[in-house]
Design a protein around this ligand. Structure first.
Ligand SMILES: Nc1ncnc2c1ncn2[C@@H]1O[C@H](COP(=O)(O)OP(=O)(O)OP(=O)(O)O)[C@@H](O)[C@H]1O
Length: 557
């Protein structure tokens, strides 16, 4: 099955002026192995997700065997079943109680008969677990890290995709495991590979073709040998040189000329021996010459300019903390719907102009809370009448309204907290908090522990949203659902929530260890250095906040 990308463009969800991929065009022939290389953040993972049907391109078309992958904002499911995407650290996607259930989840969309399913599982295990240590009824969480990665790879291999798209498959692997992975790739009889990697030495000898990305644009498309003969492409794109090119450059400084496209030691050794023989019969060895420019230096010179930030992000966090506190206190004072409506209006104004992704994120928090509110109001208002001759079930509007009023207040406070967290980078949030609490410390209140707890909570909110996006992309790739981008089916929830919780526990553990190492225990502030800058806009924001607060206080009196 051939795959073709025509004029693909992908814009960042929160900023149409930030193009993550621009004008990408290429065709991949059936059964080929293509490498995707580029500096960190050049768009390799984004391109893989576009090819896998996880991310819809803003412009352009992807076709598989000349049939479009997307149709009316949904992916063609028949195509989806023929694509397999393996994310970085695939072992993090495991969620089921047994190895068999992991296979069952990955194979479910294929609706295979029992025999065919068993045959595929056996074939994948024979490739990835030749010594048979991964028993079907074992918990995936009791396997070692290496075994977990093999299992995760095996669950995708079992789906027998025509195209296997792999994101950094050697990341975090020891040398023996890398050799094992190469063996597995070599023995795979059918289907093509697209591998995003920084590990040029490992994959160059295997690759038919290399695509180089630089800040979202395709800057090279050719064979590994051609790329080694044009190393300036790699240097310009901020990619490290493969060892064969570095060795050729170093040898050239000593007057020993070998072609830079000898991709393996077995190819390089005879070329070096031949060059040495030629040198021996020629003039004395010249002094080493100046080294080629460092790829790192070139890369630093070419760093992309930062995308413009929303105005809200540039405001001083002290002003935002003050606005937040005024809005929360004002909201909590409201006893009437009119006051709450005014608070809601003011809060909505604060959300104006924020990126669409932030607004979508707020819906993810707001919707479950609104459902919780609805159920709570229903339960609070339920009236069990025991009077004879009357229908026994009624609804007390008074109790329902009173609960609705209390919960609406809480809802507004929650959304105000979300607004503060998404408009303020973590470091600034802590600095702003430290500044606010400085005055309370003078009256000997235990403010440090409070500062630590609040700043950690705010640190976790964006982290949870980011991890949610990552794991929802993984379940979309495994679940093969033809649904609109961003949606998750209820049947995929366990496959999303279990790895998400594990990842969050892991992050919390890492954070605790880091804090212990830095001896942060609530007795000292998280950030001592103050880099805050108060501007005219911040004064205007605070004055606006005081006016809004006065309005809210006036309405509740
Ligand atoms: N949802 C998003 N919203 C905004 N920017 C994004 C989003 N996803 C990715 N990006 C940005 O797009 C760019 C490309 O990211 P991508 O993960 O594709 O890079 P990469 O080449 O795979 O990097 P690495 O080698 O570090 O894995 C990065 O600058 C990243 O910050």
């Amino acid at each position: 099955m051939s795959i073709a990308l025509q004029d693909i463009r992908v814009d960042a969800p929160d900023d149409p002026n930030n193009q993550l991929l621009k004008d990408i065009n290429f065709n991949l022939a059936d059964g080929s192995l293509t490498l995707l290389i580029g500096h960190t953040g050049s768009g390799k993972s984004t391109l893989l997700q576009v090819m896998a049907g996880i991310l819809e391109p803003t412009l352009g078309m992807i076709t598989l065997d000349e049939q479009p992958l997307w149709h009316k904002r949904k992916v063609n499911q028949a195509h989806l079943l023929r694509l397999g995407l393996i994310f970085q650290f695939p072992e993090q996607q495991l969620f089921a109680r047994s190895v068999r259930q992991e296979f069952a989840y990955s194979l479910r969309p294929y609706r295979l008969g029992v025999d065919e399913r068993e045959r595929r599982i056996r074939a994948a295990c024979a490739d990835l677990d030749p010594r048979g240590v991964i028993a079907m009824d074992r918990s995936p969480f009791l396997l070692s890290g290496g075994e977990q990665r093999r299992l995760a790879l095996a669950t995708t291999f079992a789906t027998a995709p025509d195209w296997l798209l792999m994101d950094e498959p050697t990341a975090g692997l020891e040398a023996a495991a890398v050799r094992e992975l190469l063996r597995i790739i070599r023995v795979r009889e059918r289907g093509g590979f697209v591998i995003a990697t920084h590990d040029l030495d490992t994959f160059f000898p295997l690759a038919d073709r290399v695509l180089v990305l630089d800040r979202g644009a395709l800057v090279f498309d050719g064979s590994p040998e051609e790329l080694c003969r044009a190393p300036e492409v790699l240097t310009r794109a901020g990619v490290g040189l493969p060892s064969c090119v570095e060795a050729a450059l170093e040898l050239a400084r000593y007057g020993i000329a070998i072609a830079p496209d000898r991709l393996t030691p077995a190819l390089a050794a005879p070329a070096i021996a031949e060059a040495l023989r030629e040198c021996a019969s020629a003039s004395p060895r010249p002094a080493p010459q100046a080294a080629a420019p460092s790829p790192q230096a070139t890369r630093e010179a070419g760093v992309a300019s930062k995308p413009p930030q929303a105005a809200m992000l540039r405001l001083d966090p002290r002003a935002k903390w003050l606005l937040y506190l005024l809005l929360v206190i004002g909201t909590m004072q409201q006893q009437q719907w009119s006051g709450l409506a005014a608070a809601m209006l003011l809060l909505s104004l604060a959300f104006l102009g924020l990126p669409r992704s932030v607004l979508r994120g707020s819906m993810k928090i707001a919707l479950p809370f609104l459902i919780f509110m609805f159920i709570s109001i229903l339960l609070a208002g339920l009236d069990w009448s025991t009077a004879e001759g009357q229908f026994p079930l009624g609804f007390s509007a008074e109790r329902g309204w009173s609960t609705a009023l209390t919960l609406t207040r809480l809802f507004l406070v929650l959304m105000a907290g979300y607004w503060l967290a998404v408009t303020t980078p973590y470091g600034q949030l802590v600095q702003g908090l430290n500044w606010a609490l400085k005055y309370f410390r003078k009256v000997k209140l235990p403010v440090e522990s409070f500062s630590l707890a609040v700043s950690l909570i705010f640190r976790f909110i964006p982290l949870i949203l980011r991890e949610w996006q990552r794991f929802s992309a993984i379940v979309r790739a495994r679940g093969k659902a033809s649904i609109r981008p961003g949606a998750v089916r209820s049947r995929d929830i366990p496959a999303l929530v279990v790895p998400l919780l594990l990842a969050m526990f892991h992050k919390a553990e890492q954070m605790t260890i880091a804090m212990e190492l830095k001896k942060i225990d609530g007795k000292q502030l998280l950030l001592k250095k103050n880099t805050l800058q108060w501007r005219g806009m911040d004064t205007i924001l605070v004055i606006t906040g005081i006016l809004c607060f006065s309005l809210l206080m006036y309405m509740q009196s």
